[in-house]
Design a protein around this ligand. Sequence first.
Ligand code: ZN
Length: 224
Amino acid sequence: MSPLELKIKLEDLLGKRIELLLKDNRSVFLRVKKGFFSFKITLHKVFLEAEEEELKALKEWIKKKSKTSQKHLKTFFTKHLVHRNYSHKINLATLKPIGQHYNLQEIYDDLNQLYFQSSLKLNITWRKAPVYRKYRRITFGSFSPALKLIRINSLLDNPKIPFYFVSFVVYHEILHYVYPIKILNGRKSAHFKAFKEAEKGFSEYQEAEAFRKQFKRGKSYGWT
Ligand SMILES: [Zn+2]
């Protein structure tokens, strides 16, 4: 629908005059300022694709801030954000794909060629390792669908970590692009069956899995 249609629909639902501002960035999802005569509502552009159900949830949230409506809206937002591309907003100069030991750009390029006919256009960088307290869960990598950006934990930029493992972690994050998050019964699902099957396609899958388990178990690397 057009911005005007959205405005009219919301005014009908809320019984209020509204001032509607539509944004297209990752941080603004929904903001409401209630005035006596009118509401000032800032929404992400994905709401132009909202169905009746979401508009009702929006009304519920604005009027009562109900938990159910909030959950509904978040699910809607996540589902739609996956398809938006904000990668042009990345400052490429801030990416650091070349580490002390491993060059992520090379690893990514090789995987892209070997498994995806060089069809992917993703960004990749090392991410500074957080300070870990003992036995905390370690996230090896992450993928931002909106930024098309893979971030790999600098803990892996270490000669004690085998090359195939770093490569496997990058491969895993690439798969998050190829198999986007699904919403099943209102819950996000990332590592679903097709994803896991694809993961097994990695040439050194067995070794990588074995290393991952050993890594999780042990303090053998002295990273506590
Ligand atoms: Zn994952």
